[in-house]
Design a protein around this ligand. Structure first.
Ligand code: GYE
Length: 319
């Protein structure tokens, strides 16, 4: 290398250096569209995302969609207009995302999904999806019931199901996984299935209607989340029955409220669904923005907690 060339190269590097430093110092901006505030799970998820962003030095633009897809589409469009570095969202329902995701792609803003999945024509419209395996959660619920039913072979069990938000990944998948497993025992029949929108209020209301029908005895309640189960417990008590005894109750999430209900003998089992996705999401966002390769699907490891272990486990629960 000639001295002139060397001097030019050094000069070039010196000129470039401050630019690079500024880009690296500028905090990464994430636009996050949350489903809503419908459940204990959701509140824990929101708190985790906010705390993790703070810790990672990521500027978070947070929008609550109040369980409405149109609000999420609006929020994503706002994030595009604001030229955020990365968009993360938990899609309220699975379908209807192609257009807005194409808009994000045209603006060269990477999108990561968290918690719930989407159904899109082109999976490259999002970079990665981090969340639980909801079908497996449904299977775990089904397996717990199969084992319990095996203790009393031959007995028929009438099941009522409280589904999550219509069209949402957890409602579709938890129903599917549960059905897949209980098929093995024809004595287990789902006699009613309706959405309780993942909320306590709606869970209570729908359970009241199930109880009023009185045409068939209800033996088991399978609720797609703890909040709906807790709402249903109230309805069952108001109908003069004992939740957890007269009606066996299975739910999903593993929030503190479920552990308290188990300790009170009113809930029989909860299948864990971990909402503390914030730290993993921030790490993922950093990698995506830096152009590093990431896994397309990142799952979360989860357990099953029957009432017998509730007292021992409650002090360890973080949500
Ligand atoms: O189970 C429920 C919440 O998408 C996994 O949404 C989440 C579900 C969770 O409202 O409580």
């Amino acid at each position: 290398m000639t001295t002139t060339l060397l001097r030019r190269t050094l000069l070039g590097a010196a000129l470039l250096a401050p630019l690079v430093a500024t880009a690296a110092d500028k905090p990464l901006v994430m636009g996050f569209s949350q489903v809503g505030a419908e459940s204990e799970w959701r509140s824990a998820n929101t708190a985790s995302v906010k705390a993790a962003a703070r810790q990672a030095g990521i500027t978070l633009k947070f929008a609550d969609a109040q369980q409405k897809q149109e609000n999420q589409v609006k929020a994503i469009r706002t994030f595009i207009a604001q030229k955020v570095d990365v968009i993360a969202f938990s899609p309220v329902v699975e379908s209807g995302w192609d257009t807005v995701l194409k808009e994000a792609r045209a603006a060269r803003i990477p999108v990561v999904l968290t918690d719930r999945a989407v159904n899109v024509s082109d999976p490259s419209l999002y970079v990665s999806f981090i969340g639980s395996d909801f079908v497996e959660e449904g299977r775990k619920a089904g397996r717990w019931l199969l084992e319990r039913a095996a203790k009393n072979p031959g007995a028929s069990l009438n099941i009522v199901e409280l589904q999550g938000t219509v069209g949402s990944a957890p409602a579709i998948d938890r129903k599917k996984g549960f059905e897949e497993v209980i098929k093995a025992n024809p004595k287990l029949q789902v006699i009613r299935s309706q959405s309780g929108e993942f909320t306590r209020a709606k869970g209570k209301e729908v359970m009241e209607a199930f109880l009023k029908a009185k045409d068939k005895k209800i033996d088991v309640l399978y609720a797609h989340n703890d909040d709906m189960a807790i709402g249903a417990i109230q309805a069952i008590e108001e109908a003069g029955l004992k939740p957890g005894k007269d009606i066996t109750i299975i739910s999903i999430d593993g929030v503190k409220g479920a552990f308290q209900a188990m300790l009170a003998g009113k809930l029989n089992v909860t299948i864990e669904c971990n909402p503390l996705l914030g730290p993993q999401l921030m790490e993922l966002a950093r990698k995506v923005v830096a152009g590093q390769p990431v896994e397309k699907r990142i799952t979360v490891i989860e357990g099953v907690f029957p009432a017998e272990v509730a007292a021992k486990e409650l002090p360890n629960r973080k949500y």
